[in-house]
Design a binder for this molecule. Structure first.
Ligand SMILES: [Zn+2]
Length: 382
């Protein structure tokens, strides 16, 4: 007995009986199979509808000749520096070092380990991300559902109560071991583990983002190691997430990273700002989700003025990171300025493969973007 599937969604599967069962068994089997087939067809239709609706809700729709950047600023890679366990030198050395370069970092705090909330609030005010490393640093996979919820929810709520100038939206798993994904998804947009590879620009699972362990027992020890992994990310348009604990001495925390190597790594990224986008863990997550869901529609194109609608279907209170878009400058335009609503937004003319583009940063679901021809001639090779 076998089942052939005809025209997957248009027609019900056809049952072809090839056995020589007796009449009664035959009719009974036929009934069971028909019922199963109907249920399968209903389920397949539901999956089909979900996939189609999902594509409509979450896929990118971009009018020609617009392009949406894989990474902010059309950079080749995203780089996130994440710090676990609240080791003292993270606040004493790393935060001031990153501030010096104007690069943001992510601090994953264990809320029962007496974090320095004042210092974390000050760091958040300067654009650093304060996120969760649970309440008590357990192996989440060894906890029952209730205990996992307590670790995930209570740490998030405590951070939100203490650090009110940002939202706690991401988590790093203690020992890089995930618990139940469905529980995690209730409380967080994304979670970091430490598989040791460069993450893709379209992660398979936002609740299991890869990072690379740094420091004395990690894979990245020296300035050259930092540079190699960043370059590797650029070569595959990927996302390099570093995982750092202590700095400079074993007394500060596990697998200490040399602060000199860290400084030289930032110097390298600073010298190649057109290649690398250094961002907090959560901002990279926001960017990926927004650019994958964005719709860029040109609503008017006149001699000196173009109107563009940039929208998505995501929650605006969370997904409000600007995404980078470009289009070739129309013939006869020397340059352009770009506004979103009344606000002048970050924009520049760049030349890529001999084509002059106007590149700008727009927040999806904000006001309409207006590109206006201007006579300024300053532009930048990209
Ligand atoms: Zn830890």
């Amino acid at each position: 007995m076998w089942i052939s599937w005809c025209m997957f969604f248009k027609k019900r599967p056809v049952i072809i009986i090839t056995s020589n069962d007796s009449g009664r068994t035959h009719r009974w089997k036929e009934f069971v199979l028909k019922t199963l087939n109907r249920l399968t067809v209903i389920r397949l239709r539901l999956i089909f509808i979900t996939v189609v609706a999902g594509q409509w809700l979450f896929s990118q729709t971009v009018d020609a000749p617009y392009e949406v950047a894989t990474w902010w600023g059309f950079r080749k890679a995203a780089i996130s520096y994440t710090f676990d366990d609240g080791c003292p030198n993270q606040l004493a050395i790393a935060v001031p070092l990153f501030d010096e370069f104007g690069f943001p970092l992510t601090l994953f705090a264990v809320t029962d380990w007496s974090p320095d909330w004042n210092a974390l609030r000050r760091a958040a005010a300067r654009g650093h991300e304060i996120a969760s490393h649970t309440v008590s640093h357990p192996h989440l996979d060894e906890l029952n559902e209730e205990a996992q919820i307590a670790e995930l929810k209570n740490s998030r709520d405590e951070i939100n109560a203490q650090v009110t100038n940002q939202k706690c939206l991401t988590i790093a798993y203690p020992y890089c071991v995930a618990g139940d994904d469905s529980i995690c998804a209730e409380y967080y947009l994304a979670a970091r583990a430490c598989q040791g590879y460069i993450e893709s620009n379209n992660p398979d699972n936002f609740l299991n983002i890869s990072s690379i362990i740094c420091g004395s027992v990690g894979f990245v020890k020296t300035a050259a190691d930092f540079q190699d992994s960043a370059d590797q990310a650029a070569s595959v348009n990927g996302w390099c997430v570093y995982l750092i604990h202590g700095l400079d001495t074993e007394n500060d925390g596990w697998s200490p990273t040399s602060s000199d190597a860290l400084r030289r790594s930032l110097e390298y990224l600073d010298a190649h700002r057109n290649t690398f986008w250094v961002a907090t863990f959560v901002d990279v997550v926001r960017y990926i989700r927004e650019r994958n869901a964005v719709s860029v529609i040109e609503t008017a194109c006149r001699e000196n003025r173009i109107a563009v609608r940039v929208t998505d279907t995501l929650k605006n209170e969370i997904y409000n990171h600007p995404i980078t878009i470009r289009r070739p400058l129309p013939d006869g335009w020397l340059s352009a300025s770009v506004r979103q609503g009344e606000r002048l937004i970050n924009s520049q003319v760049v030349v890529v493969d001999m084509v002059r583009y106007i590149m700008f940063d727009a927040v999806p679901d904000d006001k309409k973007v207006i590109i206006t021809s201007s006579t300024a001639t300053g532009f930048k090779n990209h």
